[in-house]
Design a protein around this ligand. Structure first.
Ligand code: IMP
Ligand code: MG
Length: 178
């Protein structure tokens, strides 16, 4: 794999190799398998960023479960708060179900807080969060994360589903901006 890559106007350096990422994913899959046995969870993966994480995670999940994919339509107001307006593509009923959100990264936490709020209107039994990446130093919300594969410092990263300006999602390793 390349140590340094260029995407548009920025250079990125290799940060976390695929093997390390997938060890983190296997670890949380084991926790999920023991915590959610018999709970019939429905996994709700957030597109686009979580597509690769969701694929890898679900290969390791052995409890009977469903997975569905949603997209968040959000608007940016005058503040930095990123409010979720609508959850698109959720055709399954989640009433009374144990929902596990599958997200690429939790940064400020704004996206997850507003998504959980939206989902709770649909009366699930509970909503849990599984995230590939978490930047603890960037968190600005009171938010409980149930499953975190990797904690990272507050740097901008790409790869393994995450993009810079739409590019870089296909990279199998994670890179950080130089
Ligand atoms: P939050 O609402 O601030 O927690 O931001 C979450 C969303 O911002 C994620 O779902 C990503 O789409 C995006 N994001 C945050 N940090 C990064 C990053 O380092 N690289 C790429 N996307 C990021
Ligand atoms: Mg995202």
């Amino acid at each position: 794999m390349k140590e340094i890559i260029t995407i548009r106007d920025k250079q990125f350096e290799l940060f976390i190799e695929q093997e390390v990422i997938e060890q983190g994913i296997k670890r949380i899959a084991k926790q999920i398998n023991s915590d959610l046995a018999g709970k019939n969870p429905i996994f709700l993966a957030v597109l686009n960023g979580a597509f690769m994480f969701a694929g890898e995670l679900m290969k390791e999940v052995s409890v009977p479960s469903e997975i569905t994919f949603v997209r968040l339509a959000s608007y940016h107001g005058t503040t930095t708060t990123n409010k979720v307006q609508e959850v698109l593509g959720l055709n399954e009923s989640i009433e009374g179900r144990l929902v596990v959100i599958v997200e690429d990264i939790v940064d400020s936490g704004n996206t997850m807080v507003s998504l959980v709020e939206e989902l709770k209107k649909l009366q699930p039994e509970a909503v849990k969060i599984a995230t590939l990446l978490f930047k603890p130093a960037a968190l600005r919300q009171k938010l409980h994360l149930d499953y975190v594969a990797l904690e990272i410092p507050n740097d901008f990263i790409v790869g393994y589903g995450l993009d810079y300006d739409g590019y870089g999602r296909n990279l199998k390793d994670i890179y950080k901006v130089k």
